[in-house]
Design a protein around this ligand. Structure first.
Ligand code: FAD
Length: 465
C-alpha cells in the first residue's frame, strides 16, 4: 500500500517506522530542510541545544517505548531524569505523594492540610470532567504562594493556567488516576465510539461501559480506593528520562531504523480525494496515495485537505488552542543547577535544567548548558527573570540563545477539541492534537498507537453503545 505521511516530527517518523515495518511503501513530506519537528537539536557554536527543555515521560511502559521496542533497530539511551524541585532556602521536591504534600516547605502548614484533605475528598466524592484546578482551589482559603504554585503546575500539565486546566489533568499528571480512564469520556465528546480503541484491549468492554454509564464523577468515586492507595503510597508511578545526545537522538534512532521510507523536502499545499485514492499536491508535483497520515498541525487541515469530513469539522479544527513558549539556552562556566532534574520557578512560570548534567558532550569542555523554558512570558521578561533569579549578567555568559516556539499542537485545556486519529476512510491524523493523554512526545506516540489500531482495524465490535 502507498502511504504518504505529512510532517517528519516524532509522530510522523514513528508512523513511518511502523508502516514500513508492516510492509508498506512509505513517503514522508517535510516542509523544513531538517526532519524531527520539535524533537530536534541544533548546533549553536560548540553547544548542542534542543528545541525546548525536554524530559521524556513514561519510559517504563509508555507508548514511545512500546513502539520502539517493537519496531525500531535502535533505542535511545535515556538517563534517569531526576526530580522536579522548587527552591526556597534549599531544594524541595515538587510534592506528589500524601507524605510529600504534608511535609513540603513550599506551602504553609495550614495549606498542606487543606490540600491533602481536598485531594482525598475529591477522590472519594468524585468531580466533573469540566471542573478546573481553579474551581477547586478558589474557595479553599490558600495563601498566594500556594495559589501561584498550582497555577505554575497547571501550565506544565496542560499548557494553560489553572482556570483552563482540567482537574482530571492534575490527577492523571500526578499519576493518581490512570490516563486511560479518561479516554471513554473524551472519545464520547468527540462522538467517537469509545469502544473503538486500544483501551478496549487493556480494560475490556465491560469496564469501559461501566465508566461511561456511571459518569465521570461516580467512576472516580468507584475507583477511589485504588486512586487513594496511589496517593498515600510513596512510590512514583512514572519514569522520566533525558536521551544521551539530546532529543535529536530519539529522532535519529527512528530515522536510522528506516530502510525503504523516502523523505521529500516539500511542503504539502493541498490534499484531494480521487475515488478511493488521495492526491497530495506540493509546488514540485502531485503524488498519489492509498492512505494519508497527517502529522502537521490539525488546525491547518481545513486549508490543506479538501475532504468533506474535514471541512465539516472546520470550525472545531480551527479553534484548537496551543501554547507559545520561550526557551532561553545559556552556556556558562558556572553550573546553576548541579543536579539531575529541573527547578520550577513559580512567579514567572519556568522550568530550568542543566542538560549537560546528563551528557557532558552537549557543552564544550569546562562549560555547562542550561535551558530555561517559560510558558506565557515575553522574551524580555524571561531574560530579566533569569538575571534576577540567578543574580547573573547574561551579557557575560559564554552563550545565550533564544527560541520562541509552539510546544504542542494542542494544549490540554477545558473543552479542548482533539482530533480522533481516523478522520476519513483512509486518512489518519497523528500528533499532539490527536490524543488527550499525557503531553509531548508521549502524547504523540499515543496518537500513533491509536492510529495503528484503527489502520489494522483491531478493536472490539461495539455492543451496547
Ligand atoms: C519548549 C518546548 C518544551 C517541550 N518539552 C517537552 C518535554 O519535556 N517532554 C516532551 O515529551 N515533549 C516536550 N515538548 C513537545 C514535543 O517536542 C512535541 O510534542 C513533539 O515533538 C511533537 O511531535 P509531533 O510530531 O506531534 O509534531 P511536530 O514536531 O510539530 O512535527 C510536525 C512536522 O510537520 C511539518 N509540517 C507542518 N506543515 C507541513 C506541511 N504542510 N507539509 C510538510 N510538512 C509540514 C513541520 O515542519 C514539523 O516537522 C516540548 C516542546 C517545546 C517546544
Amino acid at each position: 500500500m502507498d502511504i504518504i505521511i505529512i510532517g517528519g516530527g516524532t509522530s510522523g517518523l514513528l508512523s513511518a517506522l511502523v508502516m514500513e515495518k508492516e510492509g508498506h511503501n512509505v513517503t514522508i513530506f517535510e516542509k523544513e530542510d531538517v526532519i524531527g519537528g520539535l524533537c530536534r537539536s541544533e548546533k549553536i557554536g560548540d553547544y548542542t541545544v534542543d528545541i525546548g527543555v525536554h524530559a521524556i515521560t513514561m519510559l517504563n511502559n509508555g507508548p514511545l517505548i512500546r513502539i520502539l521496542n517493537k519496531y525500531s533497530r535502535y533505542i535511545p539511551n535515556f538517563k534517569n531524569y531526576g526530580e522536579y524541585y522548587v527552591k526556597t532556602d534549599k531544594l524541595n521536591k515538587v510534592p506528589v505523594s500524601m507524605h510529600e504534600w504534608m511535609t513540603t516547605p513550599i506551602i504553609p502548614n495550614k495549606d498542606k492540610i487543606l490540600v491533602t484533605s481536598k485531594i482525598m475528598d475529591l477522590m472519594t466524592t468524585g468531580f466533573t470532567k469540566e471542573a478546573s484546578v481553579y474551581d477547586i482551589i478558589k474557595d479553599m482559603g490558600l495563601n498566594e504562594t500556594s495559589i501561584n504554585f498550582f497555577n505554575t503546575i497547571s501550565y506544565f500539565l496542560s499548557g494553560e493556567d489553572m482556570k483552563n486546566t482540567p482537574l482530571w489533568r492534575f490527577f492523571t499528571g500526578a499519576g493518581y488516576i490512570p490516563e486511560d480512564d479518561i479516554l471513554p469520556f473524551i472519545y464520547k465528546d468527540m462522538k467517537i465510539n469509545p469502544l473503538k480503541s486500544t483501551i478496549v484491549k487493556k480494560f475490556g468492554t465491560e469496564r469501559i461501559i461501566n465508566i461511561l454509564n456511571d459518569g465521570f464523577l461516580t467512576s472516580i468515586k468507584n475507583g477511589s480506593k485504588k486512586y487513594i492507595n496511589k496517593f498515600t503510597n510513596e512510590q512514583r508511578y512514572w519514569t522520566q528520562g533525558y536521551p544521551i545526545g539530546g532529543v535529536q537522538s530519539i529522532c535519529n534512532c527512528i530515522t536510522y531504523s528506516l530502510k525503504s521510507t523516502k523523505i521529500k523536502n516539500e511542503e504539502v499545499k493541498k490534499i484531494v480525494k480521487d475515488g478511493k485514492k488521495y492526491v497530495v499536491k506540493t509546488n514540485e508535483g502531485e503524488y498519489i496515495a492509498d492512505t494519508i497520515i497527517y502529522s502537521a498541525p490539525s488546525y491547518l487541515l481545513p486549508k490543506i485537505a479538501k475532504i468533506d469530513k474535514i471541512q465539516r469539522n472546520k470550525e472545531k479544527l480551527k479553534n484548537i488552542k496551543f501554547t507559545k513558549s520561550t526557551t532561553i539556552w545559556v552556556g556558562d562556566k558556572t553550573n546553576y543547577f548541579p543536579y539531575m532534574g529541573s527547578e520550577i520557578w513559580i512567579d514567572n512560570p519556568c522550568w530550568a535544567s542543566t542538560v549537560s548534567n546528563y551528557d557532558e558532550s552537549l557543552a564544550p569542555k569546562g562549560k555547562h548548558l542550561m535551558g530555561f523554558s517559560f510558558v506565557n512570558s515575553t522574551k524580555e521578561r524571561a531574560l530579566e527573570t533569569i538575571e534576577n533569579k540567578l543574580n547573573i549578567n547574561l551579557d557575560k555568559a559564554d552563550m545565550v540563545y533564544v527560541q520562541e516556539t509552539i510546544p504542542e499542537q494542542a494544549s490540554c485545556s477545558i473543552g479542548q477539541f482533539f482530533v480522533y486519529p481516523k478522520i476519513d476512510d483512509s486518512f489518519y491524523v497523528v500528533g499532539t492534537d490527536a490524543d488527550p493523554r499525557s503531553m509531548g512526545i508521549t502524547r504523540a506516540a499515543y496518537s500513533v498507537e491509536v492510529m495503528i489500531s484503527e489502520f489494522k482495524n483491531v478493536y472490539d465490535t461495539p455492543k451496547n453503545i
